[in-house]
Ligand binder design. Structure first.
Ligand code: PMP
Length: 353
């Protein structure tokens, strides 16, 4: 850090992304990417002509993509904001709506706490119950913004739509941000409720269910006044926030939704079989509706398991946080990748005997 940095910024704790080591080829089950490639349509449309067009700025309104998202989610284009990953949507939402503070879980997406610090927001941390479920009562009428990942990360647990609606209804003077990064793997979206409630903002992404993590495209859906707010921040920071190739890729992804629906179903099937196999090996797991499994063995700590899997060429995510240090979060890969994982875990457990 330089001596020139604003000391307040110099003290910020940064978000730590999952590792992306280059030293060898790993089976990568640590950052919740889809294990399947983007659709053939995406791969065909991002072509040499698109690269040649990179001399031109991208569309600052993301007009084509906004139109397609509006059609897909049955809302108006004025209800859609496109961000550089849903991280940017969340970033702008924290900037806009959390002056009175923000309530979110102790175990949830780590970036919420980082944004809260960045903007000097009072973080009202609500501990999950012992079984890692959210207690909805914690979020009723809280007098500040609410941020909930649904499904939550790293647990994969889901709140029913009616519960989210009750939380939104009980906080009419504050924005409730529902982060649906993992919704397409079996949960139900609350996007339809955005038509009914002016204080509901849904954040979502092309990074997980649409296999475009590297393209960095996310979106927010909400009342048109909320969308204007997010655009206000965008047009005061980075008007060309989505590059041309990513816009092309994301539009093509929406044109091949059937392909992704099939892959997402396959992930859900693989999640069920891998979860059953882990339970048969004595693991405790949450009932994840996301594309990851949150699992703990009483025979080996999470950190040890993470290290031993890495030594065998398999990356999973371990969080060194008191409440969940015994767990690992395992992204659902292909059936073959999960077989390799289960084989490795079996070996590791046998080596303990
Ligand atoms: N929300 C949650 C709950 C996540 O786990 C992630 C992935 N790190 C994101 C949002 C951000 O994803 P992206 O910026 O790639 O859309």
């Amino acid at each position: 850090m330089s001596k020139f940095i604003n000391p307040r910024l110099g003290r910020l704790e940064t978000y730590v992304p999952g590792e992306q080591p280059k030293d060898q080829q790993y089976i990568k089950l640590n950052t919740n990417e889809l294990p399947y490639p983007p659709s053939p349509e995406v791969i065909a449309r991002v072509n040499a002509a698109q690269v040649a067009d990179l001399r031109l700025y991208s569309d600052p309104t993301c007009g084509g993509l906004v139109e397609k998202l509006a059609r897909q989610y049955d809302v108006a284009p004025e209800n859609v904001f496109v961000g550089n990953g849903s991280d940017e949507v969340l970033n702008f939402a924290f900037a806009c709506y959390c002056r009175a503070g923000a309530a979110f879980a102790d175990l949830t997406y780590g970036f919420y706490g980082v944004f809260a610090e960045l903007y000097g927001i009072d973080a009202d941390i609500k501990p999950l119950r012992d079984d890692f479920s959210i207690d909805p009562a914690d979020y009723m009428n809280v007098g500040k913004a609410v941020v909930i990942a649904n499904p939550n990360a790293p647990t994969g647990l889901v709140l029913p739509v009616e519960t989210i609606e009750a939380i939104v209804r009980s906080n009419p003077d504050h924005v409730v941000i529902i982060d649906e990064a993992y919704v397409d793997f079996g949960a139900t979206s609350v996007v339809p409720l955005t038509k009914k409630y002016e204080n509901l903002l849904v954040a979502s992404t092309f990074s997980k269910s649409r296999a475009l993590a590297g393209a960095r495209v996310g979106f927010g859906i909400g009342n048109e006044a909320l969308i204007r707010d997010l655009n206000r921040i965008k047009f005061t920071t980075n008007p060309y926030n989505i590059n041309r190739l990513s816009l092309v890729a994301a539009e093509a992804a929406l044109d091949s939704q059937a392909y992704f629906d099939e892959k997402d179903r396959l992930v859900a099937q693989t999640r069920a079989s891998a979860t059953a196999a882990l339970r048969a090996l004595g693991f405790e797991t949450t009932d994840s509706m996301a594309n990851f499994i949150f699992a703990k063995s009483d025979r080996i700590g999470g950190g040890d398991l993470y290290r031993q899997l890495k030594a065998r060429g398999i990356l999973v995510r371990h969080f060194d946080t008191a409440r969940i240090k015994d767990f690992v979060r395992i992204t659902v890969g292909t059936p073959a990748e999960m077989d390799a994982l289960l084989g490795a875990i079996n070996d590791i457990l046998n080596s303990l005997d």
